[in-house]
Design a protein around this ligand. Structure first.
Ligand SMILES: [Zn+2]
Length: 205
């Protein structure tokens, strides 16, 4: 089986995804010109996404229920991001979903000092690998929402784009240069068709 997604599914990663997996998770659902793409649409696709992000051992099987929980966590994080960005109260159900994922398979705290410096090396719950993966994503979401970067969380302003990103500066409105260029091209096209221009037509006889 070919594990590589078709080229058309690849999007430029948005700023912040390299540091926050929760951001990569909410952006697994996005729009392309020919329709919606969902990188978690079935157990095979979701398994690939989790393994690629080093959240799940390759041998772990995913069931339909696991996928439902993963997708519910994605939608809950999306709603919490929207509430944070808008400065509104979060939907209670979304908060419950994230808190349930945090509580389901907490890692065992551990201090490692095998190298020169001591470091935290919390151990995921090996008995519940899917719960641990969801917990790690929920934890990452909680870190983002409560950390110094929370104020930079923004939805892409390009029409039809559903992705979230971390603003590199306050004025940034597009998730990627691709979205920015698309908006600029649309504006340019609209301005060329504005009523100020003479209407196209045949010259008067
Ligand atoms: Zn965008």
């Amino acid at each position: 089986m070919d594990h590589d997604a078709p080229h058309s599914l690849h999007q430029q990663p948005v700023p912040g995804e390299e540091r926050f997996l929760c951001l990569a998770l909410v952006n697994t659902r996005y729009a392309l010109s020919h329709g919606q793409v969902d990188l978690l649409e079935d157990p095979g696709a979701a398994h690939l996404w989790l393994v690629r992000h080093e959240l799940l051992p390759d041998r772990t099987k995913l069931t339909g229920r696991h996928i439902a929980r993963l997708r519910a966590l994605r939608e809950a994080l999306r709603e919490l991001f929207a509430a944070r960005a808008a400065g509104t109260a979060p939907p209670a159900a979304a908060l419950d979903t994230v808190n349930a994922a945090l509580a389901a398979a907490p890692p065992t705290p551990r201090l490692d000092w095998s190298g020169r410096e001591p470091r935290r090396a919390d151990e995921p719950d090996a008995a519940n690998p899917v719960g641990a993966a969801l917990g790690a994503l929920a934890e990452d979401g909680a870190e983002l929402l409560t950390g110094a970067d929370a104020g930079r969380l923004a939805p892409c302003g390009a029409q039809g784009c559903t992705r979230w990103f971390l603003r590199s500066h306050a004025a940034r409105r597009w998730c990627t240069t691709k979205c920015g260029n698309r908006v600029r091209a649309a504006r340019h096209y609209a301005s060329r068709k504005s009523p100020a221009d003479p209407p196209p037509g045949r010259p008067a006889p």
